[in-house]
Design a protein around this ligand. Sequence first.
Ligand code: ZN
Length: 240
Amino acid sequence: MKYFALISFLIFFTFSCTNKQTIITEKDSKSDSLAKIEEMKNTPKKIEMYTEMNFTDDSLVELIRLDSSFLVDMPYATDSNFTKTKLYPCNKCVIRYKVALALIKANNILKEKGVKLKMLDCYRPLSVQRKMWEVYPNAVYVADPNSGQASMHNRGVAVDVTLIDNAGNELDMGTPFDFFGKKAWPTYRDFPAEILANRDLLTNAMDMAGFRHSNSEWWHFSLRGVSFPIEDTPLPCDEE
Ligand SMILES: [Zn+2]
């Protein structure tokens, strides 16, 4: 029995050392590359992508590294959006850690109903907000980057989302994403029952997870009760 305990301990010790070594090595090399990006762009806030160990509520994290079940398909990473310009160099959903946890909660609620979240937009650097404002300076739909408030996307606390079924098909929400008009308002109810049910499914799950709904966009939600600074850190497109 003594030998068994000793052998068990040695096996455990060996494995824990091996694992620890791997994690440290990976973290060090990736921290180095993050540091280089930070130096290059001269930005104050780094994006914490690789380890949960040091996360705080305000850490900027890549959502799918915490939970790979989200679909990330952001129109601003293509030229198929209202600006007709590719605004993001890559398709990555970066968000505050506290918001990411709430999104995971909402997604878990939705998964029980056979659907899940598709991320259309997440954290948006302030410089991208400026580009949007140049193309569409209408404060009902695009936050003014010079207002001092900017957009909750620039603070990493807002997301644009829709629902997909298990086959990956988007549910009908009555209008496309970034439809500028009354039909996109959450209060607009002149739709068939199926569309209203889809909208309610999304809104209720997000509400239960702590999100506040936009008045003008059915797809836009921001986490209630948090305040984080505006950031202009670029998306970590060089990182795999
Ligand atoms: Zn939005």
